[in-house]
Design a binder for this molecule. Structure first.
Ligand code: HEC
Length: 223
């Protein structure tokens, strides 16, 4: 869990190392050398002030790192992570709304944003995306990962229709999904899904557009 979560905070660049370590951890716990992973992170990152914050754990991360799975977490720890995660969710300045699904699709499809390699950032500062297909199946017929659940027809699952999407009940549902994307830990504590809004990888408006992509009846997700 610790290694997976550290990964969630840093970058896709180390995904191979961390995943391999994690798989190993499941079968032979002792063989994983945590120091090795930390050394890779520290040597490369601590030299550069832009990365310094990435090796500082926040309180929620510190709690998550104590357990190797959510199932092992006591209720109190789960509650604290949810509480911390909910408390820092920021909303668009005009409140929750159904965003623009076409803009959301661009972000969902894009693997770019904040990636770095041994030589430094490999993306432009303006690049951004959620890389959602790395972990999710989303549109019909599109290849995707299976670490997270299949999101095809996600709007139908929430029963969002053109008629109800602007009602108070519809807005509540949009908000619930907004919270998941902004900070996945507010709903799924210690999840391996990145905390996109919390880390500033996506803005509140970006998140609103992604929510529209997942929920809007006209989005290809729900066709
Ligand atoms: C590193 C893998 C990963 C990435 C990248 C990722 N997710 Fe997830 N996602 C997960 C996992 C795992 C879960 C299941 C939550 C849990 O139990 O931890 C999840 C859950 C979700 C859920 C909740 C599903 C439900 O059952 O209601 C939504 C919605 C979602 N993700 C959307 C997205 C979107 C949109 C993106 C891109 C902006 C994204 N995810 C990127 C791993 C990921």
């Amino acid at each position: 869990m610790k290694r997976l979560l550290i990964f969630a905070v840093i970058s896709g660049a180390l995904i191979g190392v961390v995943e391999a370590q994690q798989k190993k951890a499941k079968t032979e716990k002792e063989s994983v050398k945590e120091e090795e992973v930390l050394k890779v992170l520290k040597d490369g990152l601590s030299q550069d002030p832009r990365f310094a914050w990435k090796i500082q754990q926040d309180e929620a991360q510190r709690i998550c790192s104590q357990y190797s799975s959510r199932e092992e977490m006591p209720a109190q720890a789960i509650q604290r992570v949810i509480q911390l995660s909910q408390s820092e969710i920021r909303y668009p300045q005009w409140g929750i709304y159904m965003g623009d699904w076409k803009e959301g699709k661009k972000l969902v499809d894009s693997p770019r944003g904040g990636r770095f390699a041994s030589y430094g950032f490999s993306d432009k500062p303006t690049d951004k995306g959620g890389n959602c297909y790395a972990c999710h199946l989303i549109e019909k017929g599109m290849p995707g990962g299976t670490m997270g659940p299949n999101l095809y027809q996600y709007g139908k699952r929430w029963d969002i229709t053109k008629e109800n999407m602007n009602t108070p009940e519809g807005i509540e549902k949009i908000k619930a999904v907004y919270n998941i994307i902004y900070n996945s830990w507010s709903a799924f504590p210690c999840s391996s899904m990145p905390r996109f809004g919390y880390h500033g990888n996506l803005s509140p408006e970006d998140v609103a557009n992604i929510v529209a992509y997942l929920l809007h009846p006209e989005s290809p997700v729900n066709k």
